[in-house]
Design a protein around this ligand. Structure first.
Ligand code: FO1
Length: 340
């Protein structure tokens, strides 16, 4: 197989990647994907990097599956299933249906086109390519102009500890058990030895601003920060870091973030999220429904921006991205006019 050439790291003048205008986002899951789709729509092409969680990755059917990388790739490529927020739109399920008929493992739904991506990734990894290279090849093939960098190419896996002491893999918790069981512990296996992918630390150190996306702080952002050097690199940029709360009115827009926060001893609110990020981000963006928490967020030593954060359509994602960018200074995108 001849891999497609990935977008070259151009050093040409005027490339927004090199002229101090790049925005780097720590990302994982559907909330980050929707935010990045807004961000890329208000920024010049090539000026957005995303450092993506890979601790949800796992092996199934002998394939390496990277759900967060794929969710963001499909969303930015305009290919995502809008109902689920993951997987491909217009997907067919021939392989899964036949696998189920045979009595094979079909609890984790992999559509036919999605499977092609896992086949490609797995073959390239087995041939010796690193995950960052394979990700660049896939994003180039699927029409994504943002640079997605897996936080590490080394093994990093979220393991969930249950109250009885049993531990289960993340996708067993999230998909097979539909995140309906209580969480007593969250472990990032491999975090002690995982090295950042090439470009990760440099991207954080040189970006105009760093955004912590509205992703689950405990299982999407925490594993990114757990990779050697990442937390320190973000903390060193604190003045230029803005975090967006994924919790609105005490609830997660999607997934188990609110319940997990409570179970892990944090407050399930935008304030609880701000407490987790106070050493990393000088600015916190919270939803209008949480306006009454703004003063308490500011008491933590953070600027607090109150805005509409629910990304119900691409226009709202773009509006939120514009507000986030303005909150840390720099070029201000024109406010979007309402569609007629
Ligand atoms: N989530 C589900 O709830 N059920 C699934 O069957 C499922 C399949 C799946 C396949 C590919 C992929 O990239 C994501 C998929 N997801 C599925 C979502 C995934 O488990 C979660 O989005 C993340 O791991 C949590 O951020």
């Amino acid at each position: 197989m001849k891999p497609k050439a990935a977008d070259p790291e151009s050093t040409a003048p005027g490339n927004p990647r090199n002229d101090g205008e790049r925005v780097t986002t720590l990302a994982g899951g559907v909330g980050a994907a929707r935010f990045l789709s807004g961000l890329t729509s208000v920024r010049p092409a090539g000026s957005c990097d995303a450092i993506v969680n890979v601790a949800d990755d796992f092996d199934l059917h002998g394939l390496h599956i990277s759900p967060d990388l794929d969710t963001i790739t499909y969303t930015l490529g305009g290919l995502v299933n809008p109902e689920t927020g993951w997987g491909r739109s217009g997907e067919t399920w021939n392989v899964m249906d036949e696998l189920a008929r045979l009595g094979g493992e079909s609890w984790f739904r992999l559509g036919d086109r999605d499977l092609a991506v896992h086949l490609y990734r797995t073959q390239r990894l087995r041939a010796g390519a690193d995950l960052a290279t394979v990700t660049a090849e896939l994003t180039a093939s699927l029409g994504v102009s943002a640079r997605l960098i897996p936080v590490t190419g080394d093994r990093l896996r979220t393991v969930i500890g249950l109250p009885g002491g049993e531990t289960i893999d993340f996708q067993d918790y999230f998909v097979a058990r539909r995140h309906s069981v209580s969480v007593a512990d969250i472990i990032f296996e491999g975090a002690g030895t995982a090295r950042p992918s090439p470009g990760v630390l440099e991207s954080i150190r040189t970006a105009r601003s760093v955004v912590i996306a509205p992703s689950n702080p405990l299982v999407s952002i925490a594993p990114v920060l757990a990779v050697a050097g990442v937390r320190d690199a973000v903390a060193a940029r604190r003045e230029s870091v803005v975090a967006v709360s994924p919790i609105i009115g005490g609830k997660a827009v999607k997934g188990p973030a609110a319940r997990m926060l409570t179970e892990m001893g944090h407050e399930a609110s935008a304030l609880g999220v701000a407490r987790l990020y106070r050493d990393l981000a000088a600015t916190m963006v919270i939803d209008t429904r949480d306006a009454d928490l703004a003063a308490a967020v500011e008491d933590l030593g953070m600027r607090c921006v109150v805005t509409e954060t629910m990304m119900t359509d691409p226009g709202r994602s773009a509006d939120l991205a514009g507000t986030v960018l303005r909150s840390v200074g720099g070029p201000i995108p024109e406010p979007r006019r309402a569609d007629p």
